[in-house]
Design a protein around this ligand. Structure first.
Ligand SMILES: [Fe+2]
Length: 272
């Protein structure tokens, strides 16, 4: 395998059946629309990553509905999960006890490794051309995020063992400011710890995140960073004060493609 294609869908905020997000947005239907689009894409997708805020309140009922909606997805596409500030690890594990898809487990093309559950949902999938490293930056009952000491220790082991320098790191909270005052008050608290580690090993080429409900491209520790839009609603470029007012911009998702000769590129796919 010389190529890799990871589709990232973010901030789905799935609600119980029949309920609207913030009494306004049909987030369940928004995810269904994204899946309908993915099912007719004409390129090979190696996995779909849901990068946090998968559900709105972190209840088992919501995760069960998420599971139900995901059944609409082409069953050849493995789904991977990353926790965000709206997620709840206990409820998630109740509904998704086998969170590594069987498709990946059965494949000899990938190697899975994960940290102990105490550190959160941290894992690494070695696709050989690149590793996908997923970090859990969620902290129970807070909006802001943190990469814990045990997660950093585990990450160091993964980075130091890596034979490839083309790795991709995913976490819900962006490690760089979005310049939106409102969202930056619930940002990642300890980006400097992550930066030190990434600069020590220099084998991550792309960082992907969500949380801000907006497409932004930036850089961190010399690495390109892609903030994925929400499939439900977007926040404006600048938000000051404490008001979070969504815009009417089109939702979308990201397609991260690795090609040996080029490296990583990120495509924004708007949802019609
Ligand atoms: Fe969100």
């Amino acid at each position: 395998m010389d190529e890799l294609c990871i589709v990232q869908i973010s901030d789905t905020h799935v609600c119980p059946p029949g309920q609207l997000l913030k009494n306004k947005f049909d987030s369940n239907h928004a995810l269904e629309r994204a899946i309908n689009q993915l099912n007719i894409e004409e390129y090979k997708i190696d996995c779909l990553l849901l990068s946090g805020d998968m559900v709105e309140r972190g209840t088992q009922e919501e995760y069960s509905h998420l599971k139900q909606i995901l059944k609409r997805l082409n069953q050849n596409i493995p789904v991977l999960f990353c926790l965000g500030n709206h997620d709840d690890m206990e409820s998630f594990f109740q509904v998704f006890p086998n969170y590594f898809p069987d498709l990946l487990k059965e494949s000899s093309a990938v190697i899975l490794s994960c940290s102990d559950k105490e550190s959160g949902l941290n894992y690494c999938i070695d696709f050989h051309v690149a590793k996908l490293i997923v970090l859990d930056s969620s902290i129970k009952e807070t909006g802001w995020g943190e990469v814990s000491k045990s997660t950093l220790d585990w990450l160091e082991k993964i980075l130091s063992d890596s034979a490839t320098d083309t790795n991709i790191l995913a976490l819900h909270h962006p490690p760089v400011p979005s310049l939106s005052q409102v969202m930056d008050t619930i940002a990642l608290k300890n980006p400097e710890d992550l930066e030190d580690l990434l600069l020590s090993y220099r084998n991550v080429r792309l960082i992907v995140c969500g949380h801000v409900h907006r497409t932004i491209f930036s850089s961190f520790a010399g690495i390109q960073v892609a903030f994925c839009p929400s499939v439900v609603f977007q926040y404006p470029i600048y938000m000051t004060g404490d008001r979070k007012t969504p815009t009417n911009e089109q939702p979308g998702f990201h397609v991260h493609k690795y090609v040996k000769e080029i490296g990583w590129s990120t495509h924004l796919r708007l949802i019609a």
